[in-house]
Design a protein around this ligand. Structure first.
Ligand SMILES: NC(=O)c1ccc[n+]([C@@H]2O[C@H](COP(=O)([O-])OP(=O)(O)OC[C@H]3O[C@@H](n4cnc5c(N)ncnc54)[C@H](OP(=O)(O)O)[C@@H]3O)[C@@H](O)[C@H]2O)c1
Length: 313
């Protein structure tokens, strides 16, 4: 029985929820701060999970959260910011990384697992998202006395994902779908494979200082993924791939719609293919999306039914 405590920042989100289960399975005690505890009531029933409402941007609070922890995990990330100037990305990705390193130092937490993103690059990343992710990653890996492992996934799929579920929703509503950046390439990776990689790394000293790209076994264009989604949900829809010019126009307009369904920064991120060169680490065989997506898009598995109930609640 492993009684070590791990603090999971961003642990109530999509990836975090899967990681909680994998950590609990290994006997870890998990502490999850969240901005709104009530929203995640379903997590409160889990034994050995502390769900704490907290402002993780406050250094003193962060220090308290890391007390008695053997390791910290940073899953906090945003795909869009309220502003249009990169400040929001910098605040959530880079400034928080600095606060995490300081809190680890104060609480003598020596181990940190950090979620970055494929193509994150402090200098050459084409978007605020990818540059800020790269800056956070570089800063943490250069922090003394902290054993950091970073994970750089392509798009992640799984029951509560915001990729296939979102396209399925759009395809159910609209008779045709104008799709920006249709030729952008992805190697979608299964959320539970990502969670398993985190748990392996936590127990493996060889992963100290390493940065792992995480991809699924196959590569697809965005257009292929959307057409696949339509076929899975049985929607006979026309997917119209937009030219680069029209993709830019869509990004410029959607950037100002409520909820920013697509932004200029998203468009910039899509300019680099989200695919890996090497294989999946830790001997894990990555799950093909065809083995998981139909189960949750058509609500045929009990887990996906729970996810649907949660989102309707
Ligand atoms: N999903 C993907 O396809 C994908 C691909 C590549 C990389 N990633 C990275 O993987 C990580 C987890 O992704 P996910 O899909 O699980 O995201 P998610 O479901 O949105 O969860 C992110 C978590 O971050 C916390 N968070 C977000 N903004 C915050 C802010 N301003 N202040 C404090 N906390 C904040 C939220 O915590 P509360 O709301 O509970 O407070 C949330 O639980 C992110 O770093 C993301 O960039 C994801």
């Amino acid at each position: 029985m492993n009684l070590q405590r791990v603090c999971l920042l961003g642990g109530a989100g999509f990836v975090g929820r899967h990681l909680i289960y994998r950590l609990a399975e290994r006997g870890y005690r998990v502490r999850v701060p969240t901005r709104r505890r009530e929203r995640h009531r379903d997590l409160m029933v889990l034994p050995d999970l502390e769900l704490i409402e907290a402002d993780i941007h406050d250094p003193k609070t962060l220090c308290r959260l890391f007390a008695d922890c053997a390791a910290a995990v940073n899953l906090v990330g945003i795909l869009n910011e309220k502003e249009h100037n990169g400040r929001g990305f910098y605040h959530v990705h880079v400034e928080l990384a600095h606060k995490i390193a300081a809190a680890c130092h104060k609480q003598n937490v020596k181990r940190l697992l950090h979620m970055s993103a494929l193509n994150a690059d402090a200098r050459n990343g084409p978007s605020f998202y990818l540059r800020s992710k790269g800056q956070a990653e570089d800063f943490l890996h250069n922090t003394r006395d902290l054993h950091v492992t970073s994970f750089r996934p392509s798009v992640i799929f799984g029951p509560e994902d915001r990729f296939f579920n979102r396209f399925a929703k759009l395809l159910r509503l609209a008779p045709l779908l104008p799709l920006a950046c249709p030729r952008a390439r992805f190697a979608p990776v299964y959320v539970d494979d990502v969670a398993r990689a985190f748990v392996h790394a936590l127990q493996d000293r060889c992963s100290f200082g390493r940065r792992y790209d995480l991809c699924g076994p196959h590569t697809y264009t965005l257009s292929q993924l959307v057409e696949y989604t339509a076929s899975v949900i049985g929607a006979r829809r026309r997917v119209i791939g937009l030219s680069d010019f029209l993709s830019r126009c869509q990004a410029r307009i959607f950037e100002y719609l409520p909820g920013k369904p697509f932004s200029w920064d998203n468009y910039q991120s899509l300019r680099v293919d989200s695919v890996c060169r090497g294989g999946f680490p830790f001997g894990i065989q990555p799950t093909p999306l065809e083995a998981a997506v139909p189960g949750y898009l058509t609500h045929k598995t009990s887990r996906s039914r729970y996810a649907a109930y949660r989102s309707h609640a």
